[in-house]
Design a protein around this ligand. Structure first.
Ligand code: HEC
Length: 259
C-alpha cells in the first residue's frame, strides 16, 4: 500500500495531461517539406476565434473559393457564430439562387434562406471536373481536419505556389506548389496580394488573406471549438482538485497507522 500515493497522483496527472492533449488536438506531422507553422488565435487550450479574421475569411471564401469549392456542411445561419447579424445572414442567403420547382413542376429558382446549406458551385462532380481540367475541387467543410497538418497545411497550400524548379516536369494544366504532395496541383493559384479588398482596412497581402480564410474554414469545421476549450479547462481543473482531494484523504486515512 506504500505505492498508493504515487500511483494515484500519477494517474490523475496523466489523465490531466492526456485530456490537455486531446482538447488542444494539434495533429503532429512529419514530412519532407513541412509547411510554415502559423500562430493561430484558435490553437492551444485557451484558443478562441478571431471574429474579425473569420469574417474577412468568409469574404474570401464567398468571393474566391466558392467559385470552385462547395462547403456543404455549413448553413448560412452558421455565420451568426462569427458575428454576422441575423439580418446580414438573411440578406446574404437571399442573394443566392437555389434550384426549385414551380407549382406545375417546372424547374425554376428561388432566393436562399438562412436555413439553407451553402450553395454548391457545380450541379454535380462531372461538371466540377469539366470546369477544372479534370481536377475535382474537394468540399472544404472539414478540409482543415481531413488533411494532416490541419490549418497550417491549408495555409501552406495557399501560400505555396511558386515557379517549378528547373528540370521539374510539370504536367500540362497543373501548377507547382511547394507543400502539395507530389507538388503538382490542379488548382490554379487562388490568392495573391490584393485579391480582395477588406472594408475594415486590414492589409490584403497574400499572407493575411490566407490566414483569414483558414481561420474561417477552421471555424466551419469546428464551430464547437471554443466550448470544447472551456470544457477542457474545467476538466483539467477538476482533475487537479481530485488529485489534491485523494492525497488529503489518503493522508487522513493513514495518519494513525503505525508501520
Ligand atoms: C478555379 C477553381 C478553384 C478556386 C477558385 C479555388 N480552388 Fe482550391 N482546388 C481546386 C481544385 C481543382 C483542387 C483539386 C486539386 C488537385 O487535386 O490537384 C483544389 C484543391 C484545394 C485544396 C486541397 C488540397 C489537397 O490537399 O487536396 C485546398 C485546401 C483548396 N483547394 C483550398 C482553396 C481555397 C481556400 C480557395 C479560396 C481561397 C480555393 N481553394 C480556390 C480549384 C479551385
Amino acid at each position: 500500500m506504500r505505492t498508493l500515493r504515487p500511483t494515484l497522483i500519477g494517474a490523475a496527472l496523466l489523465g490531466a495531461a492526456l485530456l490537455g492533449a486531446v482538447v488542444t488536438a494539434a495533429p503532429a506531422r512529419a514530412q519532407e517539406e513541412t509547411e510554415p507553422s502559423v500562430n493561430w488565435s484558435f490553437s492551444g487550450l485557451f484558443g478562441t476565434f478571431d471574429r474579425a479574421a473569420a469574417q474577412r475569411g468568409f469574404q474570401i471564401y464567398n468571393q474566391v473559393c466558392s467559385n470552385c469549392h462547395s462547403l456543404r456542411q455549413a448553413y448560412y445561419r452558421d455565420l451568426i457564430g462569427i458575428g454576422l447579424s441575423a439580418q446580414q445572414v438573411k440578406d446574404l442567403a437571399a442573394s443566392k439562387r437555389f434550384p426549385a420547382l414551380t407549382e406545375d413542376g417546372q424547374p425554376t429558382d428561388r432566393p436562399g434562406l438562412p436555413s439553407d446549406h451553402f450553395r454548391d458551385p457545380f450541379p454535380n462532380e462531372l461538371a466540377a471536373r469539366a470546369a477544372n481540367g479534370g481536377g475535382l475541387p474537394p468540399d472544404l467543410s472539414v478540409i482543415v481536419k481531413a488533411r494532416e497538418g490541419g490549418p497550417d497545411y491549408v495555409y501552406g497550400i495557399l501560400t505555396g505556389f511558386i515557379d517549378a524548379p528547373a528540370g521539374f516536369k510539370l504536367m500540362p494544366g497543373l501548377n507547382y506548389n511547394k507543400y502539395f504532395p507530389g507538388h503538382q496541383i490542379a488548382m490554379p493559384q487562388p490568392l495573391r496580394d490584393a485579391t480582395v479588398t477588406y472594408i475594415d482596412g486590414t492589409s490584403n497581402a497574400l499572407d493575411q488573406e490566407a490566414r483569414d480564410v483558414v481561420t474561417f474554414l477552421t471555424y466551419i469545421a469546428n464551430p464547437e471549438l471554443e466550448e470544447r476549450h472551456r470544457m477542457g479547462v474545467k476538466v483539467v481543473l477538476f482533475l487537479l482538485f481530485l488529485t489534491g482531494l485523494s492525497y488529503a484523504v489518503k493522508r487522513k486515512l493513514w495518519a494513525n497507522v503505525h508501520h
